[in-house]
Write a protein that binds this ligand. Sequence first.
Ligand SMILES: [Zn+2]
Length: 83
Amino acid sequence: MPIYDYHCQACGNRFETLVRTGVAPVCPQCQSTALEKGLSRIAPAGKIEAIRMAHRRVAAAQGHLDHYSPSDKAKLLKGKKNI
Ligand SMILES: [Zn+2]
């Protein structure tokens, strides 16, 4: 799965995200779609997992734990304690 660097033209935020075909990326900071795409590369497996967990922590913070398996919930709760 490719990973891309983006530079948000609306707020200047720089971030990287996994991009699925047909899904337009948005800035995680301001939700703008005015993004400048930078380098792409194949994400190392560990990086993908880190990004997935980061996304899940955001979802969890918003109360969407129901979408996750018990093992993922355990990881999330464990991760929260470490913060
Ligand atoms: Zn932005």
